[in-house]
Ligand binder design. Sequence first.
Ligand SMILES: Nc1nc2c(c(=O)[nH]1)N[C@H]1C(S)=C(S)[C@@H](COP(=O)(O)OP(=O)(O)OC[C@H]3O[C@@H](n4cnc5c(=O)[nH]c(N)nc54)[C@H](O)[C@@H]3O)O[C@H]1N2
Ligand SMILES: Nc1nc2c(c(=O)[nH]1)N[C@H]1C(S)=C(S)[C@@H](COP(=O)(O)OP(=O)(O)OC[C@H]3O[C@@H](n4cnc5c(=O)[nH]c(N)nc54)[C@H](O)[C@@H]3O)O[C@H]1N2
Ligand code: SF4
Ligand SMILES: [Mo]
Length: 756
Amino acid sequence: MPAIVLVFTSARIRPEPRVPLGTVIMITVSRRRFLQISGTTAGLAAAGSVAGGLARGGAVAEAPETGVRTVPTYCDICFWKCGAIAYVRDGQLWKIEGNPADPLSRGRLCPRGTGGVGAHVDPDRLKAPLVRRQKRGQEEWAEVTWDEALNVVAEKLQKIKAEYGPEAVALFSHGIGGTFLKHTLRAFGTPNMAAPSFAQCRGPRDVGFALTFGEEVGSPERTDIRNARCLVLIGSHLGENMHNTQAQEFAEAIGAGASIIVVDPRFSVAASKAKHYLPIKPGADLALLLAWMNVLVTEGLYDKEYVDAHGFGFDTFKAEIASSTPEWAYPETGIEPSVIRETAREMARHRPATLVHPGRHATWYGDDTQRSRAIALLNALLGSWGRKGGFWKPVQMTVPGYPYPPYPKPDKGKVDNPNGKYPFASEALTTGIREATITGAPYPVKGWMVYATNLLQAMPDQRETIRAIQALDLLVVVDVIPSEIAGWADVVLPETTYLERYDDLNVEWFREPFVALRQPVVHAPHAQKPNWWIARQLALRLGLGAYYPWTTIEEYLDYRLTKAGLSFDTLKKQGIIHGEKQPVFFDEGAEASFPTASRKIDFYSTTLREAGFDPVPKFTRPEPPPEGSFRLLFGRAPMHSFSRTQSNPILHDGMSENAVWVNVHVATRLGLTDGAYVRLRNQDGVLSARIRLKATERIRPDCVYMVHGFGHTSKRLTRALGKGASDAQLVTRYATDPLMGGTGMNVNFVTLEAEA
Ligand SMILES: Nc1nc2c(c(=O)[nH]1)N[C@H]1C(S)=C(S)[C@@H](COP(=O)(O)OP(=O)(O)OC[C@H]3O[C@@H](n4cnc5c(=O)[nH]c(N)nc54)[C@H](O)[C@@H]3O)O[C@H]1N2
Ligand SMILES: Nc1nc2c(c(=O)[nH]1)N[C@H]1C(S)=C(S)[C@@H](COP(=O)(O)OP(=O)(O)OC[C@H]3O[C@@H](n4cnc5c(=O)[nH]c(N)nc54)[C@H](O)[C@@H]3O)O[C@H]1N2
Ligand code: SF4
Ligand SMILES: [Mo]
């Protein structure tokens, strides 16, 4: 392995030979293959087989299925949608592998995708529809039939509509499975639907890039990681953040000798692969970005030709960043001026194949859109947008939608962002709907339908979420397991897992166009039903049958594919159909268009100026933790997705609890020992569940870190209950981004208490 140069500045951090908790599968084999993405958990997966083959549960009694069959589909353990091939042996789900024909998985799944078998066999799964029998939140229900459950929901929705109008019903949903419920609720007449993937995740990034280049980064991100010669990761902890394609391309870039620069207060897995590691003071990234740009401009290292051809307002931008020198940034960031200069020059050396990764979970400090805009501007200076090794332009196949009658036009506008308070909120705000539910303004919200999002773990300030729930007339949760949000529901509807259902087509925006199919591999083991069936049955009961001219989803899918000139049968066999390659880089003939106000790359944004915001990003120092407190940071582990996989028996075995990372010198000073249980108390007095302490040199002394998604409190999640602590519980404070309403959640401070 080539030498890895580690740059340590103010923080006393040293790399640790030990692999961090939760990264057991990150085996350092070689530079090329350090990320063991493929079949590492196949042995575990094989152990998970239970009854549930497609041969069971049919109307006609069939002979038991024998032999092995394979079914192509796409994964849903996270939202990346990797193409997979599921194996069924003697009627039982056996294992899942990557589909080699799929550009997202490229034949390999991440550990979570491989562990998808566990979602099917999880004994804690919701099995039948439930109707609440006790006070909200007590998790006491009666099992009912689908007819009874859907009738209750339809009746209550009609009552809310009659009293307050259809807009008083809101839908929270995450992922492609929400498509048909959205359709039903649009037909019902509400415009209010939101996902945490905007205001709690990528919203500021997409808005920041759109304000600069006129286009969003999107998902999957349009990042050409595999061709990057220099890759800059600012917080993006690829390798722990297991978005499969990106993790694979990251390994490929390292294998090809790309220069890696990692900026993170914590020595992440990605940092261990870096040529330069910058342990930044949390929240100071914008200062670093401005200083980097200052160096590129003052030393004349930026792509002048590209900026001249495509840039708008460069001279004003240059004047604005003139004072943001590395010396100015040093006390803010803790990164020495020489290091800032050296890394800026490194980026310039490899341009335009230098990719400053835009990140994904960008809701950190409340100034996130401006920080993301600075990342966009740095890429613009390096000329990487539209260039190989930078950002490609996504392409997509044309697959027409199903022709439905037009939706009714709601009388009232969307409830989440009254009077355009957040002028650049390009998608709906979950927190805005929550606020309207609590206050009744601008108008009352009385019903929530929640699909595949655990709002109690995903939204900041659980107390506010519970307050909003208490103000509702109806809370319906569609989930696969008894999640925390299901625990508060009036009606719980059990969905089939992704391995037991069709979903809508994935007509992907990617560097090559393709369409992928999710299809049933095995039968649902109990009374669970797929989302399309639930959405359709609900529509029928709401008198909206005209919006469901098809009776089965096969009819719907066949119609769409036929219209596109594609064969449903072929797609069922292959799981994927490729479209024709198209140019995705400017040099190859992709159009260099920038749909901003100036039709160019906005170095200076008149759009922002007119809305009363800084036209060129400016740094504001984040509030430091009070003496004796630490900033709470959080992130991902390769074995888990958010709060959705901790009860999955296979993934639970891979990592059963999280730990809190604390700088070893801090731990020693506080008399806390590695591996012992502690509790965290936040600035508002909220005390966490007990969590193991990981005393390490791999984190700055001013912050602590934990993996998100643990600390479940739902009584019915028997395997996950009481294991580890929840960052979400401690996020009682958030800083709202004034541009687009994103909720910066890295603004909570905690103290540590030894567990007796
Ligand atoms: N295994 C797995 N992979 C996933 C997911 C999952 O649930 N599980 N979820 C997917 C989704 S939807 C998303 S959005 C992404 C999220 O993944 P990313 O976008 O990569 O992650 P973030 O949560 O923004 O960043 C976490 C990292 O930022 C560092 N950090 C914290 N504060 C700061 C700071 O002030 N400055 C800097 N420079 N770094 C900081 C933390 O130490 C940590 O290493 O992961 C995706 N991939
Ligand atoms: N404190 C804190 N908050 C965060 C984050 C964080 O790191 N820390 N991360 C943020 C980010 S980046 C994002 S993208 C969001 C993610 O937020 P969410 O999308 O809400 O993520 P999960 O918490 O995993 O909740 C998913 C829910 O869907 C259920 N589910 C899984 N599969 C299915 C299915 O097939 N059908 C149905 N009906 N339900 C299913 C799961 O059981 C679970 O209850 O959270 C954000 N909020
Ligand atoms: S990244 Fe992993 S969990 Fe997500 S879709 Fe792909 S294989 Fe599944
Ligand atoms: Mo996310």
